[in-house]
Design a protein around this ligand. Structure first.
Ligand code: HEM
Length: 218
């Protein structure tokens, strides 16, 4: 006789897989939507809030370059991670993603620091850019020294930092919906710090628990 608990266990596997697939599909759709919006942004600066329109006027090349390379990073970084089972494709996707992240990360500094929306947000974005580029450099150095485990850990941390661009917009939209525009600038600055540091912290904890480290000499 089959007990009810064993029936539950039999169904838990496929149900959990279906839920995981649904969550991943939802996330992929949302990230693609943010990437598409970012890629269209250079042609929509007239709709920007004034604080960002000023930046677009002051940096007519650097700001659009940041928006395009940033939008592409949201597609290229996951692609490089997904291609890791096929070394040749992973190498190609990884090189393109790394070059793109270097452009998006370097352009983030002038975009943050010239005519800052607030100094709190400018410093938060600059810290994110520095961490992003630092992890990219560490990931590249690790693979050059043939340390695949450390390379993987550094790149997962870099991907978590990239996700900050999506969380930043999600939190901002939620704040506008729930909190209206009271203390908006304060929240904007707070968001510029938590949007990337929380997923980075979550990834660091997960890696530590699974015994991985970007400084692993393996
Ligand atoms: C991860 C490192 C990144 C940093 C440090 C960074 C920094 C910045 C900064 C400072 C601004 C101007 C906003 C302000 O000064 O308040 C900005 C705007 C923008 N960034 Fe990034 N960015 C990063 C990644 C990305 C990514 C991955 C995307 C892809 C969606 C992106 C797309 C954009 C777009 C479209 C804007 C124009 C305004 C807006 O839509 O919010 N950036 N970024």
């Amino acid at each position: 006789m089959v007990s009810s608990s064993s029936v539950q266990t039999t169904h838990a596997g496929p149900a959990r897989r279906a839920l995981r697939t649904a969550i991943l599909a939802g996330l992929a759709l949302f990230v693609s939507y943010t990437a598409l919006k970012a890629l269209g942004s250079p042609w929509a600066v007239d709709d920007f809030p004034e604080a960002l329109a000023i930046k677009a006027e002051l940096m007519p090349v650097i700001f659009p370059l940041h928006m395009i390379s940033g939008g592409l990073a949201l597609v290229l970084v996951p692609l490089a991670l997904l291609a890791r089972r096929w070394p040749r494709w992973h190498k190609l996707a990884g090189r393109i993603a790394a070059a793109d992240v270097a452009v998006a990360g370097l352009t983030a500094f002038p975009v943050a620091l010239i005519a800052p929306v607030t100094w709190g947000s400018a410093l938060g974005f600059s810290a994110q850019g520095a961490v992003w580029l630092g992890l990219l450099a560490l990931g590249i150095a690790n693979i050059r020294r043939r340390r695949p485990a450390a390379h993987r850990a550094a790149m997962l941390l870099m991907a978590a930092t990239t996700s900050g661009a999506v969380f930043f917009r999600v939190y901002l939209a939620l704040y506008a919906m729930i909190g209206g525009f009271r203390h908006y600038e304060l929240f904007y600055a707070f968001d510029a710090w938590i949007a990337w540091s929380l997923p980075l912290l979550a990834m660091a904890i997960w890696l530590k628990r699974s015994g991985a480290s970007p400084f692993d000499p393996r």
